[in-house]
Design a protein around this ligand. Structure first.
Ligand SMILES: [Zn+2]
Length: 300
């Protein structure tokens, strides 16, 4: 048996932080976390330098990106990470290293890591909603990630929010939902709040701060998020909904309130009565494990 058959390198590229590590038999080693700015500086060289320095050989490369990736591995649109847009990372890495290369949306790694670790024996379908720098979603149907024909399925963050305020998105459209419910949205709300009131708060206190001047921003955040999640649950009837990401996993986020609001917008009696909502338990390292399982699920 080839000793490196089960050894892969996984990159999880986020809008703010990027992590990577080698995974063998579902165990991670050499885990690193860096600021994503380094990718904007180095571009493709960021990946090749790390792979070149990985000792012991690898049998596959998996990269999760906050972007739309076509089925040929070309990164079509990365509104929050422009330096890797339009590159065909897959062809480039495949040619250089002669191993299978999978490039997919970062949220697919997040959902698959969580699902494979905790839920795969009890559920065949799942919806993942992740609120970090942007807003991303992913769907598992019959134990596999549903990528769509073009790798662009379930891109809820760039669906138009009907009650928006005519704000332009980095993707070129206006009023994409992630402009209203994401880490980027919180930054804008806090900036506007400071301009209006002179008061300064950090993102960590946005949800716990009791100032009524913040209420309109909290309402925009929750209304748009509830609109997106309840729409996806009504469409897919997944049975299991995992919600996570930096904003949601922060200490003071009112997760129970969010779930109640989503439930009040679900179709009754189903899917409402048969949908479980879970807070994401995983962390950066587990997304890397998710990449490993994703690789194995495609490679079977
Ligand atoms: Zn957009």
């Amino acid at each position: 048996m080839n000793p490196i058959k089960d050894r892969v390198i996984v990159f999880d590229v986020g809008g703010t932080k990027t992590t990577y590590g080698t995974v063998e038999n579902a165990v991670i080693s050499n885990f690193k976390k860096v600021n994503s700015d380094i990718i904007n500086k180095k571009g493709v060289d960021f990946f090749t330098e790390i792979i070149d320095n990985t000792e012991g050989g690898i049998s596959g490369i998996i990269i999760g990106v906050p972007a739309v990736v076509d089925n040929n591995g070309k990164i079509l649109s990365a509104p929050n990470l422009k330096s890797i847009e339009r590159h065909n990372l897959k062809d480039l890495l495949k040619e250089k290293y002669s191993v299978p290369v999978f490039i997919t949306r970062d949220v697919n790694l997040q959902l698959f890591g969580e699902y494979s670790t905790f839920y795969k024996d009890d559920y065949s379908n799942a919806l993942g909603i992740f609120i970090g720098t942007g807003l991303g979603a992913s769907v598992i149907i019959n134990k596999k990630i549903f990528t769509g024909i073009n790798g662009a399925a379930v891109e809820i963050g760039h669906v138009k929010y009907p009650a928006g305020n005519n704000i332009k998105c980095n993707c070129g459209k206006t009023d994409c939902i992630e402009l209203y419910s994401s880490g980027m949205a919180l930054d804008r709300y806090i900036k506007n709040y400071k301009e209006e009131t002179g008061k300064d708060i950090t993102k960590e206190f946005f949800f716990s701060c009791d100032d009524k001047d913040l209420d309109k921003y909290k309402k925009l955040f929750f209304d748009s998020l509830v609109f997106s999640v309840s729409t996806l649950v009504n469409l897919f009837d997944p049975g299991l909904v995992i919600i996570g990401g930096g904003v949601i996993n922060a200490d003071k986020f009112p997760f129970d309130k969010l779930v109640d609001l989503i439930k009040s917008d679900l179709r009754k009696p189903l899917p409402l009565e048969n949908t479980d909502f879970r807070l994401s338990q995983l962390n950066y390292e587990s997304n890397i494990i998710g990449g490993y399982y994703f690789f194995k699920s495609i490679n079977l």
